[in-house]
Design a protein around this ligand. Structure first.
Ligand code: AVJ
Ligand code: FE
Length: 440
């Protein structure tokens, strides 16, 4: 087939999506007041200044240098800002703020990078196939949007005085309080992953498709709420050795954890640590916890966390056997389907989006908090590290990371595709991650 000029310039859609993603992350940094940029709000992560450089360095290393073979103009920054950190062994970074370049230097690098990356996007004659360019730019967009969420976890931990406050819209509408309904899911299949043939984008861990046979099981209609988790806390869940694995107990003891990281103890009661203000604990809100805490709660409740395949079956399966694209069907995700795509900073009461329910009636599987599974993050059969970014998944197939599915209020809509997989280590309590129970 003849190659036209049109084929060889990047599609308007991708260019517009990259511009949107940049606006999204620029807006996040504009939340910071002076001084905030050099803070390290989460001990296991870099100072925020790293992320300011990282988003552009990633695009430049990927599109400019790898994709287009361009020469570096500030190589030490390309390296300094190339990769984040995720220590699982308790060893924490401790370099001083003064070890980092100034904000002005990083912003100057960023401006230069954007100019050069935009030049690559506009290039008509370029060294890569149309398909490769699509993949490269999709990676840049999705990488940036993932950081729009992980940066929100970081900003969440900053003192309020270092942030310009923003306002969430009012809750969607009053709904009946969540009853603890348990739904029966009949035996059936669940397709994890996606086929390579599709011209749709996917990260390396989404291939090849894996069709799982899932025996019948029972799952709760709603995510576990703060009110219910409070019963666990009051019942001494954090002091009950038998509810925790050896590793989880050791971590919890070492870190002195006695309640979720999103709760603050005030005179013997708990308040919620919201993004921009402390508020009363929302009883019907989903509780956000680490996987270790989620697993201990499930033990206490005499239940399990779902497997990745059970989550899929409950979310996308139908009584007729066909699998859906989204829990609610094939309509593109919108506001009525759940709390996702940056519309809010904080969660809504569970059950606020009845239009997002799955065919089996499971509520809000997309949005309002990721959901922990008990499945270790591992490759599907046929996995190949992506040549453009070989470490994206492979470095985390270590038995020390667990799969999360769904979405949070700060998850971009593109990650609601069925095959998308997220993961974190079980001792990282800062993620917008909730849980839902499966009966034993
Ligand atoms: C897929 C969210 C686990 O933040 O560690 C960002 C995404 N990888 N830059 C992470 C990622 C490299 C990743 N998660
Ligand atoms: Fe990154």
């Amino acid at each position: 087939m003849a190659t036209t000029i049109r084929d060889r310039t990047l599609s308007q859609t991708l260019t517009a999506r990259l511009a949107d993603a940049r606006a999204r992350t620029d807006d996040l940094f504009s939340v910071l007041r002076p001084g905030g940029l050099f803070e390290r709000p989460i001990p296991e992560r870099h100072r925020l200044i790293f992320y300011l450089g990282h988003l552009e360095a990633f695009d430049w290393n990927l599109l400019g240098r790898q994709g287009h073979g361009l020469e570096p103009f500030r190589e030490e920054f390309d390296r300094l800002f190339a990769f984040g950190i995720d220590p699982t062994d308790g060893g924490l970074p401790n370099e001083p703020a003064s070890a980092w370049p100034s904000e002005a230097e990083v912003r100057a690098y960023n401006r230069e990078v954007r100019d050069r990356v935009d030049g690559c996007l506009a290039a008509v004659a370029e060294p890569r196939s149309e398909q490769d360019r699509h993949t490269l730019v999709s990676m840049a967009i999705e990488h940036r949007l993932m950081h729009a969420e992980t940066l929100a976890y970081l900003l969440h931990r900053l003192p309020y005085a270092l942030k310009e406050p923003r306002q969430d819209p009012p809750y969607p509408r009053a709904v009946a309080g969540p009853d603890a309904r348990v739904l029966s899911i009949p035996e059936g299949t669940a397709t994890l992953g996606q086929p390579r043939a599709a011209d749709a984008f996917g990260w390396d861990n989404e291939f090849d498709p894996l069709v799982a046979r899932v025996p019948a099981f029972r799952i709760e209609e709603h995510k576990v709420t703060n009110a219910r988790y409070l019963e666990f806390v009051k019942d001494g869940g954090y002091a009950a050795r038998a509810l925790w694995t050896d590793e989880d107990w050791a971590w919890k003891e070492r870190a002195g954890i006695r309640h979720p990281a999103f709760w603050v103890e005030r005179d013997g009661a708990f308040a919620y640590r919201g993004m921009f203000a402390e508020t009363p604990l929302l009883p019907a809100g989903p509780v956000y916890v680490s996987q270790a805490e989620a697993a201990a709660f499930a033990q206490w409740a005499g239940a399990w966390l779902p497997t990745e395949a059970q989550f899929h079956r409950a979310a996308y399966g139908t009584p007729e056997g066909a699998e859906r694209e989204y829990p609610w069907g094939s309509e593109p995700p919108s506001e009525r389907h759940g709390n996702f795509d940056f519309r809010r900073w904080d969660p809504t009461p569970v059950g606020s989006h009845p239009d997002g329910a799955s065919a089996f009636g499971v509520s809000e599987m997309m949005g309002n908090g990721w959901e922990w599974t008990r499945t270790a993050f591992e490759p599907f059969p046929g996995f190949r590290p992506h040549p453009f970014y070989a470490g994206y998944s492979k470095d985390f197939f270590d038995g020390k990371h667990l799969v999360m599915k769904g979405a949070s209020p700060r998850t971009a809509a593109c990650f609601l595709r069925r095959s998308f997989r997220n993961w974190f280590q079980p001792h990282y309590p800062y993620v917008y991650a909730a849980l839902r129970l499966v009966q034993k």
